[in-house]
Design a protein around this ligand. Structure first.
Ligand code: B4P
Length: 186
């Protein structure tokens, strides 16, 4: 069985920053649906063409497309030792899609990144100055926050009911946050 660990939190909470470090240290696959979609956009695939405008507006790419992309990715060899899901699931249907494959890929823990909104806006606008990410704009950030509270935040309850949630204070020193996460891995 290949256990999945989910990194869940608002846009700019540092899920990607921490997922990269943890995956490297513990030899797990790092699956960022945001990075995968951005690769599709750069490679001008059919999926990339659909995703581009949706992502620029700060909205979510449709569940069907993202779930199919994720399930295909889990079939890769590097996921056999387990994977960190960075930015998936973001909706209840996406979470339920993981329930359907739980015999092979059980979710063992869900790390919920907590950061206040003011800090998040500052981080994303700062990233926007260097990343070239076309969704790091004030307009898009507003939509992304709304969607997070409407579609993604309810997942915290969903996983709380399964007793899988680990809350992480994701403000402060990146290495300190990393250690608080890493102590839950073995
Ligand atoms: P993502 O790529 O997941 O983008 P994100 O939520 O903004 O990033 P993250 O929280 O990983 O922040 P990061 O580590 O970079 O999604 C982008 C878009 O893709 C979505 O809006 C959606 O359209 C689409 N998408 C993705 N997954 C989807 C899904 N499952 N379903 C449908 N659509 C989907 O950190 C942010 C910044 O903060 C960085 O600049 C970092 O350097 C900085 N930072 C990190 N930790 C810090 C700290 N402790 N202190 C100060 N700064 C810090």
């Amino acid at each position: 069985m290949s256990e999945l660990k989910i990194f869940l939190g608002p846009p700019g909470a540092g899920k990607g920053t921490q997922a990269k470090k943890v995956a490297l240290e513990f030899g797990l696959a790092h699956i960022s649906t945001g990075d995968m979609l951005r690769d599709h956009i750069s490679n001008k695939t059919d999926l990339g063409k659909i995703a581009k405008s949706v992502m620029d507006e700060g909205k979510l790419v449709s569940d069907d497309l993202v779930i199919a992309m994720l399930v295909e990715r889990l079939g890769s060899n590097d996921c056999k030792k387990g994977a960190i899901l960075d930015g998936f699931p973001r909706t209840l249907p996406q979470a339920k899609s993981l329930e359907e494959i739980k015999n092979k890929f059980p979710v063992s823990k869900v790390f919920v990144f907590e950061v206040d909104e003011e800090e998040l806006v500052q981080r994303i606008l700062l990233r926007g100055q260097t990343s070239g990410r076309s969704d790091d704009t004030e307009e898009s950030i507003k939509v992304r926050f709304e969607i997070y509270s409407q579609d993604t935040e309810p997942l915290i309850d969903f996983y709380n009911q399964q007793d899988k949630v680990v809350k992480i204070n994701a403000v402060g020193d990146i290495d300190e946050i990393y250690h608080n996460i890493a102590k839950h891995f073995n």
